[in-house]
Design a protein around this ligand. Structure first.
Ligand SMILES: O=C(O)CCC(=O)C(=O)O
Ligand SMILES: [Fe+2]
Length: 721
């Protein structure tokens, strides 16, 4: 078992029964202690902040549930009833208003008292945790500080656990990747030390269940799969309970512009508020189905859990339970052929119909409630002009107003990744990435006279450039025995390209150093993170191709050269300079969405990159290569570019193309990674590393300032203009 939060060492004792303190204050104190190098108090305060925040959430849920059940606090049924659905007898005017108001007042009173009882007088104010803090906790930011503090305290197992927990939710965090590798080497590999301390229970159970099922252990899988479903529903309830507090709705700015904004009177305001609560509740299905650190949910998560349950029960021969689950699947998808077939088979096997055999009650309740909400949301969409993005593919067509069905069909026909729900806010802001990595923005689109272009500096240290240049050199030497072949673009240059997989294979064969091949992988991920954060914070970008390319001037053939090292082109379409059009069709690599060129050196003549107008003639901007400089741009016709002739020396660069299309993700990257997985280092090396090499990881000082900055504005990045 990994050390879980309770045993995270006998530092300042955490008092389990004590009422929670204000998490923001605890967190700020924790960060101050951290900055002062007071590691043990920092750990205690950060953990207490997390505990308090959890405890507050639990209080809110408990109070919410208790007060909803309070006599007289239930909202009158008719409040949920809307035109179009059958309703009870109409009462005298004013009757429902009084009922509604009384219920609302009663419930508000109950909530206030409940909070005061649980949290002390004025406790309700603590329930409000600021947005920034909530986001920080959701990103598991405290674990980043914890891992560094534990490292300083030489508690490597705890550092590893905390680092991993942070990493699970921040899989593109480059520094963390390095830290974890370091802990792994130093702590002598305790794989269990790298377990996620915060895995939501339904994911743990779900993964365990599927793994067992995959090993033909249906009997063992069943309790885990049942647990997964129960925990999923619990998680859903937690999320829904949060929808009633004001801060949960602040992400809804869009709504302000819509029909039920703040203007209007009492009824418009009530309706608007209620709609926002319903929208929030519906989104909880996605929240529950999204793994930590992922940006999109597992599609159709609940029905697929039911299908697994059905399969597992069928495998162990438990007919009635198998039937219960297959009937539940049919609640979502009444026309599901395979479910219908199974059902018929079971009915035939059982002989006569068994009364009392129906779908699962928990699922029945879930669907009824969800449909009730959808009905109201679609009604408001049609009549009040509010928006509703239905998270579920199973909603019966009859629920969707005619006018929106067409739109829905169009949405389904779009490229699948267009439909990936966008993150309400970027996971990592690109400026934060810059701060963390010490990268600077040198020129933006405006300064480069175009759209979606940027030059960033400081992505590589000179030593890293050296390693990659050496890699290119060793690979070229090993493969051809002479310095490269003729360039496909010009006969005045030689051209050598190296892919990540080739590099890994050569490293495997001992032809090039492992360090270089590993750096190549790591750096490509570094560029991807930055490009995603800068250009596509709401939609994941994948690497689709990585190529280490060197172009060298052929001596004695440079006089009166008129040609280019790389003719003007666009990266994802066929450019027609005559019309300025760019055709996004083969032979262009149409799935490329963003391009990046990371330069490794500047000791050559010529070889600047330039952008042109779509006529391929008028130069709009130029970029001089140098070590660690990245030029990144969207790959379409808006960015035609070329490379001036390299007239002396050798120009090396890492060219990377990114895509939104997951199916065009670079397979070779993962293969290369696999090949380069190194055997663990020896004890002596660990000792040496612990004592000398990296005694104190940089505290994330600059992030600290940002968190403490009460104005809420991130600090400005130094922009070298
Ligand atoms: O190396 C460069 O600067 C640009 C190369 C390029 O545009 C390409 O390979 O598509
Ligand atoms: Fe290009």
């Amino acid at each position: 078992e990994p050390p879980g939060p309770p045993e995270l060492l006998g530092l300042a004792p955490l008092s389990p029964g004590a009422p929670p303190q204000a998490p923001d204050l605890l967190y700020a104190d924790g960060l101050r202690a951290y900055a002062a190098g007071a590691w043990a108090p920092a750990v205690a305060l950060l953990r207490e902040a997390m505990r308090s925040q959890k405890e507050l959430g639990r209080t809110r849920q408990d109070c919410g549930a208790r007060c909803a059940a309070e006599p007289g606090a239930a909202l009158p049924e008719v409040f949920f009833d809307i035109p179009g659905s059958e309703s009870g007898p109409r009462q005298a005017s004013g009757f429902w208003e009084r009922l509604l108001l009384r219920a609302a007042l009663r419930r508000a009173e109950c909530l206030t008292q409940c909070a005061a009882r649980r949290l002390g007088p004025g406790g309700a104010a603590q329930l409000r945790v600021g947005n920034a803090l909530r986001d920080a906790f959701r990103r598991r930011e405290p674990y980043n500080y914890l891992q560094r503090a534990y490292y300083q305290m030489k508690k490597l197992d705890l550092a590893a656990a905390a680092a991993h927990t942070f990493f699970v939710a921040n899989p593109t965090h480059i520094q963390m990747r390095e830290d974890m590798a370091k802990y792994r080497r130093m702590s002598g590999v305790h794989p269990q030390s790298f377990r996620d301390l915060e895995t939501p229970p339904h994911w743990a159970a779900y993964d365990a269940g599927l793994e067992l099922l995959g090993r033909q252990e249906a009997g063992l899988a069943l309790p885990r799969l049942e647990e997964a479903l129960q925990e999923s529903l619990v998680q859903l309830e937690c999320c829904r309970a949060g929808c009633e507090s004001p801060e949960e709705q602040q992400g809804e700015e869009i709504e302000e512009k819509e029909g039920t904004g703040n203007q209007g009177g009492l009824y418009e305001a009530i309706a608007g508020h209620w709609i926002r609560i319903l929208q929030c509740r519906q989104r909880c299905v996605e929240d529950m189905a999204t793994r930590p650190g992922r940006s999109s949910p597992v599609p159709d998560f609940l029905p697929s859990q039911l299908r697994w349950l059905h399969e597992a029960y069928a495998q162990v021969g438990n007919l009635s339970q198998a039937m219960e689950n297959v009937l539940s699947v049919l609640l979502f998808y009444p026309e599901d052929e395979s479910a219908k077939n199974s059902l018929n088979r079971y009915q035939a096997q059982l002989g006569e119909p068994r009364p009392g055999l129906g779908p699962r009650e928990d699922i029945q309740r879930f669907i009824l409630r969800s449909l009730g909400e959808k009905r109201q949301l679609y009604y408001a969409m049609e009549h009040l002009g509010t928006s509703f993005k239905d998270p579920d593919p199973w909603t019966p067509k009859a629920f969707i107003p005619e006018a929106f069905r067409e739109k829905l069909r169009e949405d389904l026909e779009k490229r699948p990744w267009d439909d990936e729900p966008l993150q309400p806010k970027p996971l990592i802001h690109w400026k934060d990435v810059l701060l963390l990595e010490g990268v600077t923005l040198t020129q933006d689109s405006r300064q480069l006279n175009g759209s979606e272009r940027a030059v960033l500096d400081g992505l590589l240290t000179p030593a890293e450039c050296g390693v990659l240049l050496q890699l290119a050199k060793d690979a070229a030497g090993a493969r051809s025995g002479h310095r490269g072949r003729r360039s496909p673009h010009t006969r005045h240059e030689r051209f050598e390209g190296l892919t990540v997989l080739k590099a890994a294979q050569l490293a495997q064969a001992g032809t090039v150093g492992r360090q270089g091949a590993k750096l190549l992988l790591e750096v490509s991920e570094r560029v991807r993170t930055l490009t995603e954060a800068y250009f596509s914070p709401e939609r994941p970008l994948h690497l689709s191709f990585t190529h280490l390319v060197c172009r060298s001037a052929i001596e004695g053939e440079q006089e009166q050269r008129m040609d280019l090292s790389h003719p003007v082109h666009a990266d994802n379409c066929v450019l027609d300079p005559d019309t300025g059009e760019c055709w996004r069709e083969p032979p262009a690599y149409t799935y490329r969405d963003y391009s990046g060129i990371l330069y490794l050196n500047d000791d050559f003549q010529g070889g600047d990159l330039f952008f042109t107008e779509p006529n391929a003639l008028t130069v709009t901007a130029q970029v001089r290569p140098r070590c660690g400089r990245l030029v990144a741009f969207s790959s379409g016709g808006e960015n035609p570019h070329g490379v001036w002739a390299v007239t002396r020396g050798q120009r090396c660069a890492l060219a990377l193309w990114h895509t939104w299309a997951p199916e065009h993700r670079e397979q070779e990257w993962a293969e290369a990674k696999e090949l380069l997985q190194e055997p663990e280092e020896t004890e002596e090396e660990e000792e040496e590393e612990m004592s000398s090499r990296d005694p104190a990881p940089e505290p994330p000082n600059r992030r600290l300032q940002r968190v403490q900055d009460k104005s809420g504005k991130p600090p400005r990045v130094r922009e070298e203009l």
